[in-house]
Design a protein around this ligand. Structure first.
Ligand code: NAP
Length: 303
């Protein structure tokens, strides 16, 4: 039998046991008044940064991942298995959390990935898979927690959208952008409908953030050579933009301010690009905005 030890934290207990040489945290929040948070995609990038910050601020944080045994654990965060593409997995994750904590105050829908490829190259199956995670994954998790939040007459739901859900770009990830546009519309309806139950809903719309999103990007299987020249330039420009992108802690700070706000807003833009690009799109004539976008992504450069 493995040895177990219990470490007392200021307001809640962690049971820490070694599994696969990683330290697994088990939160005990039954007797505490801590706010309980579930973060989907808590193993990497933005989700992990949110988990790290909230755990430091003494929230009881459950971070979910498809691979809880290999996921990188933020200190003080309990990792639960979750694949947002599966009804069963979502149900099991929420049931486990409620069994352990008896309540859920905040849900952060962060799990997502980017599908790359020209819209002509993407198959219907690949597009469906993109929506299955980025859009239906959020919808599934929301449906699983709403009965409880309505019963509680309280709760906060934060959906991590994107600048790509406000302005279509960068090029060659049209289905990713479409999934975030869908998430924007869905979330606005949700926000309006659940307000009477004391449930707050917010969208966080980050611009470019330094994470593994691009290196984890999945490419459409079909590759039409005709697009290669523009694809290469767009990707190079995207990488250059990412090199100067802010750290995911910027998004984590925004999420914390939403949770701490008495009356959170529907939309929070994070990063300079997320702030000025949608504005420019509103004020510039369409042709001028498009010219600038093509220039940014090097689409019209001479070979
Ligand atoms: P990341 O480092 O690649 O993290 C993606 C996270 O999503 C991982 O924790 C992954 O967890 C999880 N995930 C993916 N598919 C999942 C599934 N089917 N079920 C459960 N979890 C799944 O990328 P990131 O940049 O932090 O992305 C997080 C969110 O921020 C995404 O929604 C993304 O669209 C959004 N965003 C990112 C940026 C940016 O520039 N980075 C900008 C705007 C918005 P496991 O692999 O452990 O399951």
């Amino acid at each position: 039998m493995r040895s177990q030890r219990v470490v007392q934290a200021p307001t809640h207990a962690y049971e820490i046991r070694p599994v696969n040489s990683k330290r697994i945290v088990k939160l005990d929040v039954s007797m505490s008044s801590q706010q309980v948070v579930l973060i989907t995609g808590g193993s990497s990038g933005i989700g992990q940064s949110i988990a790290r910050l909230l755990a430091r601020k003494d929230f009881a944080v459950f971070g979910a991942s498809r691979n809880p045994h290999t996921a990188e654990h933020a200190p003080g965060v309990e990792v639960l298995p979750l694949d947002v593409r599966s009804d069963e997995s979502v149900r099991a994750c929420v049931d486990t959390l409620l069994g352990r904590a008896g309540r859920l105050n905040v849900l952060v829908n962060n799990a997502g990935y980017m599908l790359g490829g020209a819209v002509e190259e993407v198959t219907i199956e690949e597009a469906r898979a993109q929506f299955e995670t980025n859009f239906f994954g959020t919808m599934r998790t929301v449906k699983a927690v709403l009965p409880l939040m309505r019963q509680q007459r309280s709760g906060t739901i934060i959906n991590i959208s994107s600048l790509a859900g406000l302005v279509p770009g960068p090029p060659f990830c049209g289905m990713y952008s479409a999934s975030k546009f869908a998430l924007e519309a869905y979330t606005e309806h949700l926000w309006r409908e659940v307000k009477p139950f004391g449930i707050h809903v917010s969208l966080v719309e980050p611009g470019s953030i330094k994470t593994k999103l691009t290196s984890n990007r999945q490419e459409a299987a079909e590759r039409l050579g005709d697009y290669d020249r523009w694809r290469r330039r767009a990707l190079e420009a995207t990488r250059r933009l990412e090199e100067n992108a802010p750290e995911p802690t910027l998004v984590a700070d925004a999420v914390l301010s939403i949770i701490e706000s008495e009356s959170p807003k529907l939309r929070y833009k994070v990063g300079k690009d997320a702030t000025w690009l949608p504005r420019l799109r509103q004020i510039l004539p369409g042709s001028m905005f498009e010219k600038q976008l093509r220039k940014t992504f090097d689409l019209d450069a001479m070979e």
